[in-house]
Design a protein around this ligand. Structure first.
Ligand SMILES: NC(=O)c1ccc[n+]([C@@H]2O[C@H](COP(=O)([O-])OP(=O)(O)OC[C@H]3O[C@@H](n4cnc5c(N)ncnc54)[C@H](OP(=O)(O)O)[C@@H]3O)[C@@H](O)[C@H]2O)c1
Length: 160
């Protein structure tokens, strides 16, 4: 099954926080239609306006979380961490995608890879997400070191 990410309606619940708003902006820049959800409809609308200020041709709406859920055919709930500065597309940042529903996996892979500089690696069934989550502390150590002015970089090799 081929998924065309620009045909998807992606609702971010919430789309106003650090992760949600940045992911929404990246998707909007890639011409994916997005809805910024919030507990406060006004805050959701403001979030959409903020994205449109830097992405005027984006297909962006905002409102309540309930409206976002009713509107979307694809829901991002607590999405993964994305950087402000995108990696080099020739040296993409990989993100693991684990799941038990093949259609949901295909959609997620398509949405990851519609953003330049990101590549999805299928990591098996949903049960594997427990193992992937354990990589988080190592990654946070790297981020803290970089923020402190260091140049430490960890390397990952996924073998299957
Ligand atoms: N940032 C990271 O590095 C990181 C890494 C791993 C996991 N996470 C997890 O990912 C999630 C989002 O992280 P973030 O950094 O984007 O957080 P954030 O910037 O604090 O944004 C979270 C959003 O959640 C909504 N929210 C806050 N309290 C809520 C409540 N009681 N009920 C419903 N919605 C509430 C708020 O949106 P409204 O006010 O618009 O409703 C807020 O904008 C968190 O669960 C966090 O633990 C974050």
């Amino acid at each position: 099954m081929e998924v065309e990410p620009t045909q998807l309606k992606v609702a971010l619940i919430p789309g106003t926080g650090r992760i949600g708003s940045r992911l929404a902006r990246r998707l909007a820049l890639a011409n994916v239609s997005v809805f910024i959800g919030s507990r406060s409809p006004q805050k959701g609308l403001q979030g959409a306006h903020d994205i449109l200020a830097s992405c005027p041709h984006g297909r962006v709406q905002g409102g309540s979380n309930q409206e976002a859920a009713a509107w979307g055919d694809t829901i991002f709930w607590n999405p993964s961490k994305f950087f402000d500065d995108l990696p080099d597309p020739n040296d993409p940042q990989c993100t693991f995608v684990a799941g038990d529903d093949e259609e949901a996996i295909q959609r997620t892979v398509a949405l990851v890879e519609v953003i330049p500089g990101f590549k999805a690696i299928k990591a098996g069934g949903l049960a594997n997400s427990k193992i992937i989550e354990l990589l988080g502390p190592r990654w946070l150590f790297e981020l803290d070191t970089l923020n402190a002015g260091g140049n430490y970089r960890s390397g990952w090799k996924y073998v299957w």
